[in-house]
Every structure is written in structure tokens, then in C-alpha cells.
Design a protein around this ligand. Structure first.
Ligand code: PMP
Length: 285
């Protein structure tokens, strides 16, 4: 079936789904977005994604022309119309069509776009073998410049780090914050296990508050796995027993090498395995 893209209340074909070159989302990355997953027709943590979308928008003074309830309905309707059970949904809010100047107040109205598609971020074998990571020279945006908690349309910071990782022959890059502490990966949050305790940087480290991160923290709690949000250094990564990343698209994926150091035994560790299994149970996969 021809995919249908929601643009400002209308469903149009993929071919017709176009935005203006004067849209400030295109010109300046002025906008916010969400990546959401559906499994067997059920949307995972829709409320959390909608909440974060509206928080990101509020932070950049972007008024979404739908209530949160209307947005929830539009997302569900987009999924239904596309007839996909297992899908990846991208919700994009741009500042809208304006002129060639920065002022967001000279744009007509914000645009709401919902794309329903599929995504495979990493080949299946890497979920068994684990990713190879590097730590990047490019630091995460300083939270006082552009808060990483805003899921904005400007991903250049992350893209520059991703280029470093790919250049180094790794699959992902770990970004430090302005203080030299571990923040997150270019499109995922990071966890390590040390002596049986699950650790992840706090949101104050300057990270996106990942929805999958929250799910994993909840699953760890239910499984009585000791957990702490803790400031982490490169050294903590190098001596970790286990490491994995979380994200809507990547789900929960192990990492077995960081900057040439083998993580733990080099195999996917028992706590990572347990959390991956619990995550699959949760999504019904
Ligand atoms: N950090 C960044 C920078 C991201 O872009 C994402 C989303 N891809 C995540 C973390 C993970 O967030 P979530 O689990 O909500 O997808």
C-alpha cells in the first residue's frame, strides 16, 4: 500500500509529501520531533513521547497547533491509515514557512508532519555480537547553549560525532559533556554495568531523557537489579563489565568494545541479556 504522510491535517501520498524551501525547519533546523515505535499495532509509550514533544516545543517557544489529545489521535490515525503493525513513526513540528531571516514570528504557522515507516538501525547480528564504540572528540552541546533535553530538528552536534565514529570504523560514538563526563551516544542513551550495578549518567549530564532509558530503568527495578544514575568518566567505560545503548529505533543493543578496550568478557553480559529479554517481553516481540 502507498504510504500516507500526515501534513497539517491532510493525508497525502509519499510523492506529494513535500515542505517548502522557506520552511524554517529546513532553513534553520527550527523545530522539534519525536521517533516512536509501534509493535503489533500498539504504540510504545505514546504518552511519554507526546509529553516530551510538547516540552521540547514549549522550551523553544513553538506552539503546536493541536492539543496533546488531538496529537495523540493524529498519531494513532496515521498508524491506522498506513496499516502497519510494526512501524517507526516520525512526528515533526516545524516553525513553518517564513522568509530568509531568523525571526520565528514571521512564519505563517507551525507545520505538523507524521511519517509512518520502518527502521532498522543496526543489522540483527550486532544485537548478538555487540557494537564497537569510540569516545568522540566532539562534545555534546553545552546545556546552556542548546539543551540536549530538547529533541530539536538540529542534529549537527550528533552528526559530527557520528562521522567520527564511522571514520574510526566503529558503529556508534559516545559523546562527553563540557565537563568531560559521559553524556550519551549520537542517537541513544548509554548504560554500563559494574559489579552487578546498572549505571547511567543523570539527565544533568546534558542528555536527552530517553523514553527507552526510562523503560529500562523501570525494568531493572522490577527485576531487582541495583541501579544508580551516576556521573561516569571514560575510565568507567573502559573498566565496565557490560555496556549497552537504548533508543526507540535501536531498542536495547549491547556494546562489546570501547576505544579498542574489550568490554567485560567481550560477550553480551548477563544483565544486558536479561534486560533485552525483559524489553522484548514488554514490546511483545
Ligand atoms: N539520545 C539522543 C541524542 C537521541 O536522539 C535519542 C533518540 N533517538 C535517544 C537518546 C534515545 O531516546 P528514546 O529512547 O526516547 O528514543
Amino acid at each position: 500500500m502507498e504510504p500516507k504522510v500526515y501534513i497539517d491535517g491532510q493525508f497525502v501520498s509519499k510523492k506529494e509529501a513535500k515542505v517548502s524551501v522557506f520552511d524554517h525547519g529546513f532553513l534553520y533546523g527550527d523545530g522539534v520531533f519525536e521517533g516512536i515505535r509501534s509493535y503489533k499495532g500498539k504504540i510504545l509509550e505514546l504518552d511519554a513521547h507526546v509529553r516530551r514533544l510538547y516540552e521540547s516545543a514549549k522550551s523553544i517557544r513553538l506552539e503546536i497547533p493541536l492539543t496533546q489529545e488531538q496529537m495523540t489521535d493524529a498519531i494513532k490515525e496515521s498508524l491506522r491509515i498506513n496499516g502497519l503493525n510494526d512501524s517507526y513513526l516520525r512526528v515533526i513540528i516545524t516553525r513553518g514557512v517564513g522568509y530568509l531571516g531568523l525571526s520565528p514570528w514571521k512564519t505563517s504557522h507551525p507545520s505538523v508532519i507524521i511519517i509512518v515507516d520502518q527502521i532498522e538501525l543496526y543489522p540483527a547480528e550486532l544485537y548478538q555480537k555487540g557494537l564497537e564504540l569510540i569516545t568522540c572528540a566532539t562534545i555534546r552541546n553545552h546545556p546552556a547553549a542548546l539543551s540536549p533535553r530538547i529533541k530539536s530538528l538540529n542534529y549537527l552536534n550528533n552528526i559530527l560525532a557520528k562521522i567520527e565514529a564511522i571514520d574510526a570504523g566503529a558503529q556508534e560514538g559516545i559523546m562527553m559533556n563540557h565537563e568531560g563526563h559521559v553524556a550519551e551516544c549520537t542517537g541513544d542513551n548509554i548504560f554500563i554495568v559494574r559489579s552487578g550495578t546498572l549505571l547511567t549518567p543523570p539527565t544533568s549530564a546534558g542528555i536527552l531523557e530517553g523514553v527507552t532509558r526510562d523503560i529500562v530503568i523501570e525494568l531493572a527495578g522490577k527485576a531487582n537489579i541495583p541501579f544508580k544514575e551516576e556521573t561516569l568518566t571514560r575510565h568507567d567505560l573502559f573498566v565496565a563489565d557490560e555496556c549497552f545503548l537504548t533508543g526507540t529505533a535501536a531498542e536495547v543493543i549491547p556494546a562489546t568494545k570501547i576505544d579498542g578496550r574489550v568490554v567485560g568478557t567481550g560477550q553480551v553480559g548477563p544483565i544486558t541479556r536479561q534486560l533485552i529479554d525483559a524489553f522484548h517481553k514488554r514490546t511483545g516481540r
